[in-house]
Design a protein around this ligand. Structure first.
Ligand SMILES: *Cc1c(COP(=O)(O)O)cnc(C)c1O
Length: 370
C-alpha cells in the first residue's frame, strides 16, 4: 500500500525492524535508562532546544489532554485560540478538568491573525494558559507560532502548542518561539509507529506544575511523573520496542534537512493542483506537511478515496463538515517519495477521467516537470 495520507505515515523498514528487537528489561537495566534519556535528547533537538523532553506511551491526543490536566487547576481561565478542528478541541480538555475555556475563534481558511489577537489581548489578558495548534492538519494551515507565542508571553501567559503534524517537518525553535509545552506525535512527520507522545517542556511550565495548590488529578497524565519521578527511572514500564523504533525514526529525521524537503514537496503539490484548476482550502499560511484540496463538485471525497484504495493508494479526506468536500495529501516524513507521488498523480488523473471530472491538464505531467 502506498501511504500518502495525513498520518499515520509510511514507516521505513529499518524502523519496523527495530520494533522487532527485544533486548532487555527497561525497568531493571541501567543501560536502557541511558538509551532512553538519549532518545529524549533527540526529541529536544527537533525543536532546537536543551529543554527537557519526555515520552508518554499513548497516541498524541494523550499529550494534549495531559498538558491541560498537568498545568491547569479548576477555575482557571484558559485562552483557546483556534482556526481549525484540533485547536477547538482543547476546550474539551479545559472544560473536562474544570477550567474556563475562552474560545477565541479565527478564520478557518487563514492563519491566526496576529493583529486581531493583539487587539483582543489589550482588552482581556487575564489568562494563565493559552492553547494553539502549529499545523491544523484538517485544513493544511500552519500558524505563525513564533509571533503568537511571543505575544502571549509578553502577557505572562503560558503557551501550549500542538505540533503533532509539524514536528519533524517544520522549523521550530522552542526557546525563541516562546513555547512552554510542545506536543508532538510519532506517527506524522517522524514516521514512527503510533503509540508515543513527545513532550518538550519549559522551566516556567515545570514551576507552574510544582506550585499547584491542588494535586494533578491523574497519575498517568501527570507530566511531573515523567521528568521528575522519585525512586525509579520511570513511572511505569516502557514499551522498549516502540522506543527502539522511535529512536531509529528520529535518526532518519535528524540526519537530513527535513525542513527543506517538506517545503519543496509542499510547494510542488500546491503548484501542480493549482495549475490543473483545483482550489486549495487554505487562503494563506500554507502548511509544508499537508495540503487540503477542494474535491471537484462532480464527486465526493469518499468516491475518490475508494477508487484510490482499489489502486493500493491511501490519501485522506476532510474532517467533520468538510469530510466529503476536501481531500488531503500528506507530504509528511517517509510519505515523501518521488515514485509514490508519480503513482498517486497517475492514479488521480485516471480516476478523474473515469468519473468525468473536468480539469485542466494532467497532474502527472505537471509533476514530471519538477
Ligand atoms: C494527528 C493529530 C493529532 C492526533 O490525532 P489522531 O488523529 O488521533 O492521530 C493531534 N493534533 C493534530 C494537529 C494532528 O494532526
Amino acid at each position: 500500500m502506498k501511504i500518502l495520507c495525513a498520518g499515520p505515515t509510511s514507516i521505513d523498514k529499518s524502523v519496523m525492524d527495530k520494533m522487532g528487537e527485544s533486548k532487555t528489561n527497561p525497568d531493571l537495566d541501567p543501560n536502557y535508562e541511558a538509551f532512553h534519556r538519549n532518545v529524549e535528547k533527540k526529541i529536544s533537538k527537533l525543536s532546537n532546544t536543551d529543554s527537557t523532553s519526555f515520552i508518554m506511551l499513548g497516541e498524541a491526543i494523550l499529550g494534549l489532554e495531559a498538558s491541560i490536566c498537568s498545568l491547569m487547576q479548576k477555575g482557571e481561565r484558559v485562552l483557546v485560540i483556534y482556526n481549525g478542528f484540533f485547536g477547538r478541541g482543547f476546550s474539551d480538555y479545559v472544560e473536562g478538568y474544570g477550567g474556563i475555556a475562552y474560545k477565541y475563534k479565527d478564520d478557518f481558511h487563514r492563519g491566526i491573525n496576529l493583529e486581531s489577537l493583539k487587539e483582543f489581548l489589550e482588552k482581556d489578558s487575564d489568562f494563565s494558559i493559552a492553547t494553539l495548534v502549529h499545523c491544523e492538519t484538517p485544513s493544511g494551515i500552519t500558524n505563525d507560532i513564533e509571533s503568537i507565542c511571543n505575544l502571549l508571553k509578553s502577557y505572562n501567559i503560558l503557551t501550549v502548542v500542538d505540533a503533532v503534524s509539524s514536528i519533524g517537518g517544520e522549523y521550530i525553535d522552542f526557546d525563541k518561539f516562546g513555547i512552554d509545552v510542545l506536543i508532538g506525535g510519532s506517527q506524522k512527520c517522524i514516521s514512527a509507529p503510533v503509540g508515543s507522545t513527545l513532550i518538550t517542556i519549559s522551566e516556567t511550565a515545570k514551576e507552574k506544575i510544582k506550585n499547584r495548590n491542588t494535586k494533578v488529578p491523574s497519575y498517568y497524565l501527570n507530566f511531573e511523573n515523567y521528568y521528575d519521578f522519585k525512586g525509579a527511572p520511570f513511572c511505569y514500564t516502557f514499551n522498549e520496542n516502540l522506543i527502539y523504533a522511535l529512536d531509529r525514526a528520529l535518526d532518519l529525521v535528524l540526519d537530513h534537512d527535513y525542513v527543506e524537503v517538506h517545503k519543496k514537496y509542499a510547494t510542488i503539490t500546491r503548484e501542480i493542483f493549482t495549475k490543473c484548476g483545483f482550489e486549495l482550502f487554505a487562503e494563506d499560511s500554507f502548511s509544508n506537511t499537508v495540503t487540503a484540496i477542494k474535491t471537484p463538485a462532480e464527486i465526493t471525497s469518499s468516491q475518490l478515496l475508494r477508487a484510490l484504495m482499489e489502486k493500493d493508494i491511501i490519501i485522506s479526506k476532510g474532517v467533520g463538515n468538510t469530510s466529503e468536500t476536501l481531500f488531503r495529501i500528506g507530504h509528511m516524513g517517509k510519505n515523501i517519495d518521488t515514485e509514490n507521488f508519480k503513482e498517486l498523480y497517475l492514479a488521480i488523473d485516471e480516476i478523474f477521467k473515469e468519473l468525468n471530472v473536468k480539469n485542466k491538464g494532467s497532474l502527472y505531467e505537471e509533476f514530471l516537470k519538477y
